[in-house]
Design a protein around this ligand. Structure first.
Ligand code: ADP
Length: 415
């Protein structure tokens, strides 16, 4: 019997992902229970006679005790596919599962049922991946392995172990990566195709046409700049992702940064005929942060307001601490424009890579679709948040909230 329990735990350790320590503890607990039960039986001779009758029931209970504490959905079946034991998490996958009933009543996946039959016949382990549509879209990996529990005086107990692993998070990451590569390639291919086209034209029909040559070279320069900007954004995104869990340890003042960024963008504001108003409600707002990355955040937000909200002719940038009085904890910087605004259905997706409300307009404005994704990643690294509010027709408000540095300079309230 002890051998039975040992074999069971080794199988769960290898197939169902039970850790070595829980396996050892489980073995000791179940072994003690079995020994106590054996000791209570009237005599060894009688125990041996009763063994064949008692063994399956005792083994099934031991199996049930072991399976119940496993983290992943795990089911133990007879070779005829009748459910012997299962744990609580199994009910998330197959809510209708019942002990003593065929597994096919609860798990209607032909490939898995076929694999269970094959394992019963061949005693060879099988692995199968299958999708689940209801209640939510999920991907599972089923490992089906034979489990032979030596019966000692009684006959061996042949069972089948079915362990399930949720592959959904892995699949999602794979999908996101594939989408990202497809998007990045597409974004690069478009300007590249345009460059190749113009090169061919310059080598052929426009070879001796100075006016066309100058016009085409100007477009080619614009396309090359677009490619460079895209590559630059992609590299920045990957660099920030790599250090997303490392919190910056230098202090940066948001008031200085925002003024510098606004000054740097004043030629664009003039070009777009937009007035930029800055309201400082604090003389300084020190946060623990990487200066260059924070510059990037406000460059993106102010540039977006100038590009997409230019029709409102005005941008308001407000800097404050919150709460306004007492022990302030956060710095708030909001960039508000009075342009066309953004429809509510787009708001939750704006920080996705390559997501744009209007692809044509974004491209025309020299956008890469990565700006707000960069902002989100930088703020995550700084334990900050981005809030976007918009009323279509009245403009958009992008607010950045960052924790103030405690060790930094004292914050002086001006208004
Ligand atoms: P892009 O490089 O296209 O500007 P972003 O990630 O910075 O990429 O912005 C994503 C999209 O969000 C933009 O293409 C635009 O459609 C929308 N958007 C961003 N800021 C504003 C704004 N202030 N007003 C209206 N739409 C905006």
């Amino acid at each position: 019997m002890l051998l039975t329990v040992a074999v069971l735990f080794i199988a769960l350790f290898q197939v169902a992902g039970l850790g070595a320590v829980p396996a050892l503890i489980g073995f000791v607990v179940v072994a003690c229970a079995v020994l106590i039960r054996e000791a209570n039986l009237p005599g060894t001779g009688e125990a041996a006679r009763n063994a064949d009758r008692l063994m399956p029931a005792i083994v099934d209970r031991a199996v049930e005790a072991v399976v119940s504490d496993l983290p992943h959905p795990t089911i133990v079946l007879t070779p005829e596919s009748i459910v012997v034991a299962f744990n609580e998490s199994t009910q998330e996958v197959t809510p209708a599962i019942l002990r003593g009933e065929p597994i096919s009543f609860a798990l209607r996946v032909p490939n898995v049922l076929e694999a269970i039959r094959a394992v019963a016949a061949s005693s060879e382990m099988r692995r199968i991946e299958f999708p689940q549509r209801v209640p939510t879209d999920r991907w599972w990996e089923a490992t089906i392995a034979p489990l032979v529990l030596p019966g000692g005086a009684a006959a061996d107990r042949h069972l089948i172990l079915l362990a399930l692993r949720d592959l959904t998070p892995l699949r999602r990451v794979e999908e996101i990566r594939a989408d990202f590569v497809a998007n990045a390639s597409h974004e690069l291919r478009t300007p590249l195709a345009s460059l190749s086209g113009f090169i061919e034209t310059l080598q052929g029909p426009a070879r001796n046409d100075p006016a066309s040559r100058d016009r085409f070279l100007a477009i080619m320069k614009e396309q090359a700049t677009r490619m460079a900007r895209l590559i630059d954004d992609l590299l920045s995104l990957s660099r920030i992702e790599q250090k997303v869990h490392i919190q910056p340890d230098t202090t940066a003042d948001l008031v200085t940064i925002v003024h510098e960024v606004a000054d740097g963008l004043s030629p664009l504001a003039q070009e777009r005929d937009v007035e930029v108003r800055i309201t400082d409600r604090a003389r300084s707002l020190d946060v623990l942060g990487d200066r260059d990355e924070l510059i990037r955040v406000f460059e993106n937000l102010i540039e977006n307001a100038l590009k997409y909200g230019a029709s409102g002719k005005r941008i308001d940038i407000t800097m404050a601490r919150e709460p306004a009085t007492g022990q302030a904890r956060d710095a708030i910087v909001s960039v508000r424009d009075y342009g066309p605004g953004i429809a509510p259905e787009h708001l939750p997706r704006l920080t996705e890579r390559f997501y744009r409300v209007d692809i044509g307009e974004s491209r025309a404005q020299g956008g890469t679709g990565l700006g707000l994704a960069l902002v989100k990643h930088i703020l995550n690294r700084h334990r900050g948040r981005l809030m976007i509010e918009s009323t279509p027709g009245s403009g958009a408000n992008f607010s950045v909230r960052l924790p103030l540095s405690r060790g930094g300079r004292a914050v002086h309230i001006l208004t």
